[in-house]
Design a protein around this ligand. Structure first.
Ligand code: PMP
Length: 382
């Protein structure tokens, strides 16, 4: 129950363990082409160009930055924590002039502050982390990308801890790049960087005056490959992670069978049940209010008298949690991921394990209150 890699469906794991096809075999071309079409559907981005490249989420971030900014261009980073810092670092590395709108850990970005920065900034791109994995904060992505659109600024949304878990309508909201990785709510072991890129962002990439500095991260190398796979033709630039792509196709198929709205709703319901349990245990969340709290993970302060040692106690109960990540607060909180195949059984088992470990660590709480609170919420959710 960490915020990635998560638990994966057995059917997905079987695809990973199957005999590896040639990357130009007709059956693999069919699978890759279908996975690209499915990625477009999962991101609700019928007009976007999908990219699937071997690498982790950081490569997805790098693909966005390397292709959209040229040295000296201006970028606005809406900074909610650890991964926004990484985005700023990448932008700087690629020569952008970076301005940041920051918020305190646990707070969501202020749309009005971003809007006023956009108004005077002559920015080429704005980046925002959909769910900040270091704080558990859900950014108000829809108003932010709409604001960027109004100011003619390209929006790049880091969905690594959100895609296929948090509501997102790329085309309807006008987001230019949605980037993600395989190992979270997408439901595939680590190793794939995924992006869906709007026609506007593709046009901005085509209008570049300078070549992309990284060969592997150049969309110019990958675009003909993605187009060929979708058109059912063999093509080669760099060997794709064949088995991961097969696993991706299976997982995206499962996601679409569940339906995007049903999937977003399930993530919201499970998050609500977790929140009811945390409240019953008297735990304080890092996000400052319910409205800015992600549905894909919980970030919780250790209660009085309890420290990071409790994570090992929870592990003894059979549940794996993650420690803190935000540099300012790292030792003061822990994280529980609830993505992908998460259901009521996972909620009750995890809450039960946390409850037992906290009580054993000396936290004062009536045994069973957290499980009862989660159960009541699950019953309410139907
Ligand atoms: N962005 C966010 C929001 C993330 O949570 C992560 C990874 N946890 C990354 C980017 C980087 O992804 P990776 O570790 O796969 O490189």
């Amino acid at each position: 129950m960490i915020p990635g890699p998560v638990e994966f469906d057995p059917e997905v794991m079987r695809a990973l363990g199957a005999k590896t096809a040639s990357h130009v075999a007709p059956e693999f071309i069919t699978v890759f082409g279908r996975a690209l079409k499915r990625l477009r559907e999962v991101c609700l981005a019928p007009s976007a160009q999908p990219f699937v490249v071997s690498g982790s989420g950081t490569l997805a971030m790098e693909l966005a930055v390397a292709n959209l900014v040229e040295p000296g261009e201006r970028a606005l980073v809406v900074n909610t924590g650890y991964f926004s810092d990484r985005m700023a670092l990448l932008l700087t590395r690629y020569g952008a002039e970076v301005t940041q709108v920051r918020c305190a850990p646990g707070e969501a970005p202020d749309v009005a502050a971003v809007e006023s920065a956009l108004a005077g900034g002559r920015f080429k791109v704005m980046t925002v982390t959909h769910v900040d994995t270091s704080t558990g904060v859900l950014a108000p992505v829809e108003p932010l990308v709409r604001a960027a659109g109004r100011h003619g600024v390209l929006s790049v949304v880091d969905g690594v801890c959100a895609t296929a878990g948090e509501t997102f309508h790329q085309d309807a909201w006008g987001a230019d790049v949605y980037l993600t990785a395989s190992q979270k709510a997408i439901g595939v072991p680590p190793g794939l960087a995924l992006l869906t890129v709007s026609p506007r962002a593709m046009a901005a990439w085509r209008a570049r005056k300078t070549p992309v500095r990284s060969l592997y991260a150049d969309l110019g190398e990958w675009l003909p490959i993605m187009e060929a796979y979708e058109a059912g033709r063999p093509s080669y630039f760099a060997t794709p992670a064949v088995n991961l792509v097969c696993a991706l196709d299976v997982s995206l198929g499962q996601i679409l069978r569940e339906g995007m709205e049903a999937r977003f709703t399930r993530h919201r319901r499970m998050a609500k049940a977790f929140r009811a349990a945390w409240r019953a245990l008297g735990l304080k969340t890092l996000p400052v209010s319910e409205s800015v709290t992600a549905h894909t993970l919980s970030a919780l302060y250790y209660p009085e008298g309890v420290d990071a040692g409790v994570i090992a106690r929870v592990r003894e109960q059979g549940v794996v949690l993650a420690g803190g990540l935000h540099p300012e607060l790292k030792t003061r909180y822990f994280r529980v991921g609830h993505m992908n195949v998460v259901g009521p059984g996972d909620v009750l088992a995890s809450v039960g394990a946390v409850e037992r470990a906290l009580v054993a660590a000396g936290h004062r709480s009536e045994p069973g209150v957290a499980v009862a609170a989660a159960q009541a919420e699950l019953l309410r959710a139907g």
